[in-house]
Write a protein that binds this ligand. Structure first.
Ligand code: GLN
Length: 535
């Protein structure tokens, strides 16, 4: 088994996760199986309790772990199926160690960062390797070299590489090589200092991925090689991509990155052509059609808050030969200016997941506008709950209908907590989480799109469609298109008298790949294109 450790230098947001994911794509293209993991130095046990402002999207795995959004890149770029093992935080490490200490497992010893914390981290690497059975384990260390909290992780991977033996592990450092406009020069000093810092800890990176907006040139490469003690052919340039992140694997392949990795790890695995991937990139870059999708949310100004959602829309665009222009609509602006002013002219309207009261009425106005004007509507999680509330209020005449999340005293709790959820205390990891089976209803649009009776999708929510209102809503024109049979929970609804109005309680955006768009997203974009072209 081979291990690759990816660290980051100089600044955050360098695209370390994308680089790791792209390496996964390239190694799979050589017939190798991979798994990827993210080790995050912060003290939260998982990002599930963090605000999107702090952390961006929370990505959910099949087994219901709330994880870092980089795991989304890993799953989209490779065939690896990830689990709660694949995202380790300092919070998890310390929680476990303190539990052991209280139990008396350390038999009177002083509990220390070395060896106890580092052993715990090394143990996780081994567990990932064994459980995945992958040929190559790629581990990305979160944060930037020089951060205090990252040190135990770096010490652990140093020890791990030593124990794995030469030729079995590889250190890749992703760093920034800035271009200083006023001087007209590319600067290598930050990279030199970052690598020096790594060497201080005892880690010698063998490959440098240099993130740059300008082509590096021979001289700069030589300089980096010399001062960082890295072979010249191992100074890899990674320029900002021109169009799409799916170009990254192709750019890195052109730099012979995967060939180099195989050489360092003594892997004999010849590369195949990447025709399918190239074609997909081509479709993303040069689409024939164009469609505008309004995403109505509360974190619309943040790039990362709806990461998987935006990627899913792009994948579905590629599948429909269309460029998807995402129009980010702040729900509170709809409340202020009205739906017509903010949403007219859009091909489709999407209300994604969310928590808390702010902007709720604006989202309800968006659902009403889409229903009445027959604009394709796609509701995800909160977006389904919103659609149910809107339909109950304006079609069934249930005045004041709401979710109990937003109005505990509502006369018509059409969305509410299940009885056995009411006793749950604490917010961390206590939602309905992870993959669950869903049975689709024959004759629905949804069933036709999936082309199958049984599906499995991932969840992350507390509140549910209230079955006490099911008959009334169904009679008025809302079909239940999918159910979690075991507990008779409504997972999917669609409207009968509408060209495309589908909403789901789960998160389909966690199960889509650039080359294999999710059926619901594909159908939504197709319907939105038709609408856009006919409006
Ligand atoms: N806030 C809602 C719930 O907890 C929806 C959650 C979501 O959209 N992910 O049920």
């Amino acid at each position: 088994m081979k291990y690759i450790f990816v660290t980051g230098g100089v600044i955050s947001s360098l695209g370390k996760g994308l680089t790791a994911a792209s390496l996964g794509t390239l190694l799979e293209n050589r017939g190798l199986s991979v798994t990827l993991a993210k080790f995050d130095p912060y003290l939260n046990v998982d990002p599930g309790t963090m605000s999107p402002f702090q952390h961006g999207e929370v990505y959910v795995t099949d087994d219901g772990a709330e994880t870092d959004l980089d795991l989304g890149h890993y799953e989209r770029f490779t065939n690896a199926t990830l689990s709660r093992l694949n995202n380790l935080t300092s919070g998890q490490v310390y929680a476990k160690i303190i539990e052991k200490e209280r139990r008396g497992d350390y038999l009177g010893k002083t509990v220390q960062v070395i060896p106890h914390v580092t052993d715990e981290i090394k143990g996780r690497i081994r567990e990932i390797a064994v459980k995945s059975g992958a040929d190559v384990v790629i581990i990305e260390i979160g944060g930037t070299i020089g951060d205090i909290e990252g040190l135990p992780f770096l010490e652990a991977i140093r020890q791990f590489a030593l124990e794995a033996g030469t030729g079995n592990s590889l250190f890749i450092h992703v760093t920034l090589v800035p271009y200083i406009r006023v001087a007209g020069e590319i600067k290598t000093k930050p990279t030199q200092q970052s690598v020096a810092k790594l060497r201080e800890i005892g880690i010698m990176p063998q490959i440098l991925i240099c993130r740059s907006e300008k082509v590096l040139g021979k001289e700069v490469r030589e300089k980096i090689s010399m001062f960082c003690n890295v072979a010249q052919d191992s100074v890899i340039e990674e320029l900002d991509v021109a169009h799409t992140i799916y170009e990254v694997p192709l750019d890195l392949r052109a730099e012979k990155f995967d060939e180099l990795v195989c050489r360092y790890l003594n892997l004999k695995a010849p590369a195949k052509k990447m025709t399918d991937w190239e074609k997909m990139v081509e479709r993303v870059i040069n689409p024939k059609h164009k469609v505008q999708i309004g995403v109505v949310g509360k974190y619309v100004q943040l790039q990362d808050a709806y990461k998987s959602l935006y990627e899913s829309l792009k994948h579905a665009g590629a599948a429909n030969d269309a460029a998807v222009e995402i129009v980010r609509v702040d729900a509170e602006i709809i409340e202020k200016n009205g739906a017509e002013k903010t949403l007219a002219g859009l091909g489709g309207i999407l209300v994604p997941g969310g928590f808390g009261n702010r902007g709720i009425e604006g989202k309800i106005m968006a659902a009403q506008y889409a229903r009445e004007k027959k604009i394709p509507y796609f509701g995800i999680c909160l977006g389904m709950q919103i659609a149910v509330v809107e339909f109950a209020r304006h079609v069934c005449g249930l005045k004041g209908a709401n979710s109990t999340e937003f109005d505990a005293q509502t006369p018509h709790p059409v969305v509410s907590l299940l009885e056995d959820q009411k006793t749950i205390k604490g917010l961390g990891g206590t939602m309905r989480l992870g993959a669950m089976p869903c049975k689709l209803t024959a004759g629905t649009k949804t069933r036709e799109l999936y082309g199958s009776d049984d599906i499995s999708e991932r969840h992350r929510h507390r509140y549910e469609f209230n079955n006490a209102y099911r008959d009334q809503l169904t009679k008025a024109g809302m079909n239940v298109a999918g159910v979690y049979a075991k507990y008779d929970l409504v997972e999917l609804i669609e409207l009968r008298d509408h060209p495309w109005f589908i909403a789901c309680q789960f998160h389909p955006e966690f199960k889509t790949k650039p080359n294999k768009a999710h059926p619901l997203f594909r159908g939504f974009i197709a319907a939105s294109l038709t609408r856009q072209n006919s409006a």
